[in-house]
Design a protein around this ligand. Structure first.
Ligand code: SME
Length: 149
């Protein structure tokens, strides 16, 4: 998926910095990722309220609305403040299943400085080793931060 994600990265980097377009850019970036990752993928944000993580904008089937810090892949990603790639969701202790179709997942923190604002959460309907894509997802997440700060 590296070529496809490279192209998503170029598109999100090309989005302008007009303050009134931050949310439209964010929504389009999520749509672009979803279309790029294909049918059956889930792409969205879990946003920190300061005491838990709440479902934010997303593309895909309905999902869990609240996740406690430290719980599931999303909550673990928030608590650790670093990317977690899960090639097979059934191997992740405490995995929270929102959709039976999800088979692999990657969560990437979206940070402003060293504060995590939200988690970019991606599910794919097949097992997948994200190793080659981690840095691309992190660059995309870094760009998304500029739309939610
Ligand atoms: N699987 C996640 C929950 C969120 S859904 O994937 C959209 C988790 O274990 O935290």
């Amino acid at each position: 998926l590296t070529e496809e994600l490279q192209s998503v990265l170029l598109s999100v980097q090309a989005m302008d910095d007009r303050p009134e377009l931050q949310l439209p850019h964010l929504y389009n970036a999520l749509s672009l990722l979803h279309v790029t990752l294909g049918e059956g993928s889930w792409v969205g944000l879990y946003c920190s309220t300061g005491s838990e993580l709440l479902l934010g904008p997303f593309q895909g089937t309905p999902a869990c609305e609240r996740i406690a810090f430290g719980k599931g892949v999303v909550g673990a990603c928030f608590s650790r403040g670093e990317t977690i790639a899960v090639p097979d969701v059934h191997q992740f202790p405490g995995y929270i299943c929102c959709d039976e179709a999800a088979a692999s997942e990657i969560c990437v923190p979206i940070k402003s400085g060293n504060k995590t604002l939200a988690i970019l959460d991606i599910d794919l309907p097949y097992k997948y080793d994200y190793t080659e894509e981690i840095s691309l997802f992190e660059k995309i997440a870094n760009r998304l931060a500029s739309f939610i700060e």
